[in-house]
Design a protein around this ligand. Structure first.
Ligand code: ARG
Length: 407
């Protein structure tokens, strides 16, 4: 029988480095590592080399940044997908794309197995495995971290040293960090105590709002059909837009979130996020929707956004309901075109201006001046009918109660 081929989702960190070596020993398999570049700042450059030194026969590092933004982040933005009202889900939208990458390479390489380095109590195992099961049901999935013998980071480091596995063994930050261009998730260490605020060293790309510049800064964001196309009138690529806004927002202390959230596996966790670009984009986009969506679509979309957020968070990106709801969202975005000007100041975002050729705001209807064109008389008839059910209800209840009092 030919050797098993295992495609390994590889970040180059301690867990996945050890995993490559461990899998090779345990299964006598051929190992192919795959790393998706979603804009994380860890060493991406020397990963091929490192993977091969650890035991891989082949190693892929694929730049997915543009696809991540246009195919994943922009969808979440159009859907106003914020999990539990706040988290822009950088990590949750990255996993389906990475699952797809693993599957694409597993199929191209004719591999039998995909292995990942997620733990047994996180959300990412769910997103990876449901994604893989949906896209390629025949593939076997291995998650060594759920079953292997190492009980601590120290034991993993010992194993790495014993087996000459190149890992950076320094006193790193005590946090577990997941990072990509759309945002950073930080947990563990002192953050596990929800009674204390996050230590300042937990944050990587934002300043404390207290230390942000004393001068406010203005930024103008132009959208076309629900997605950003220019900053301060300069047309930019999606990657340039997100990089620029991360930098700008970070400088003004924008995009920090400290939340308790409900995980898929039923526990609550405390997570700290930094996502300046995502927060700025969501703010501007929702402001533009307020201007351009009609009332019923606006209200209905709030329910859809909530459902889409839950589907994404829960690992159901590749599902019929997600696709159907995204079709609805795309339809709503046809006129979400225009410009929002924001002022950034010490962690705050103020809207300075909103404009759109599709703006449904009509000053003649809204004004309280003599230019008013609203038909005040029409309100009388409207209210006669609008209040009718409640008027009827109160009358009926009163009559019934007095009837009862008599018997
Ligand atoms: N809670 C976030 C999510 O489920 C992030 C998970 C990974 N977090 C981390 N710090 N490693 O999407």
């Amino acid at each position: 029988m030919s050797k098993k081929k295992i495609v390994v989702a590889y970040s180059g960190g301690l867990d996945t480095s050890i995993m490559v070596h461990w899998l090779k020993n345990k299964y006598d398999a051929e190992l192919i590592t795959v790393t998706g570049n979603l804009g994380q700042t860890d060493e991406i450059e020397n990963l091929e080399d490192k993977a091969k030194k650890t035991g891989a026969s082949k190693s892929y590092v694929i730049d997915l940044r543009e696809e991540f933004l246009t195919g994943y982040a922009w969808k979440a933005l159009k859907a106003s997908a914020l999990y539990e009202g706040v988290y822009p889900m950088a990590c949750a939208i990255g996993r389906p794309l990475l699952a797809k990458l693993m599957v694409d390479i597993a199929l191209a390489e004719n591999a039998d197995v995909i292995a990942h380095g997620c733990t047994g109590k996180g959300n990412d195992q769910v997103r990876f495995e449901v994604g893989i099961q949906t896209l390629a049901p025949h593939l076997e999935i291995l998650a060594p971290l759920r079953s292997w013998e190492f009980k601590s980071r120290e034991e993993e480091i010992d194993y790495a040293l014993e087996n000459n596995i190149p890992v950076k063994v320094n006193k790193e930050k005590p946090y577990s960090i997941d990072e990509n261009i759309f945002g950073i998730a930080i947990e563990c260490g002192m953050l596990e105590d929800p009674t204390i605020p996050p230590p300042e060293d937990a944050y990587m790309i934002t300043v404390n709002p207290k230390d942000a510049p004393e001068e406010a800064e203005t930024v103008s964001l132009e959208f076309f059909k629900g997605v950003p196309v220019s900053i301060n009138s300069f047309k930019l690529s999606p990657l340039e837009i997100v990089k620029t806004l991360n930098q700008l927002g970070g400088k003004h202390g924008i995009g920090r979130m400290d939340v308790i959230e409900n995980r898929v596996v039923g526990i609550k966790s405390r997570e700290v996020y930094e996502a300046p670009a995502a927060v700025l984009l969501h703010n501007a986009h929702s402001e533009l929707e307020k201007l351009t969506l009609d009332k019923e679509t606006f209200r209905y979309k709030q329910n859809v956004s909530n459902k889409i957020s839950n589907l994404i968070y829960d690992g159901l990106w590749f599902s019929p309901l997600f696709d159907a709801l995204m079709d609805f969202v795309d339809k709503t975005q046809e006129h979400v075109t225009g410009t929002i000007v924001l002022e950034l100041y010490k962690g705050n975002i103020n809207v300075l201006s909103r404009s759109s050729e599709y703006s449904l705001y009509n000053k003649e209807l809204a004004t309280y001046t003599e230019d008013d064109s609203f038909d005040h008389k029409a309100a009388e008839g409207f209210l006669t009918l609008y209040g009718l059910p409640y008027k009827t209800l109160t009358k009926v209840n009163k009559a019934a109660e007095s009837q009862r009092a008599l018997v």
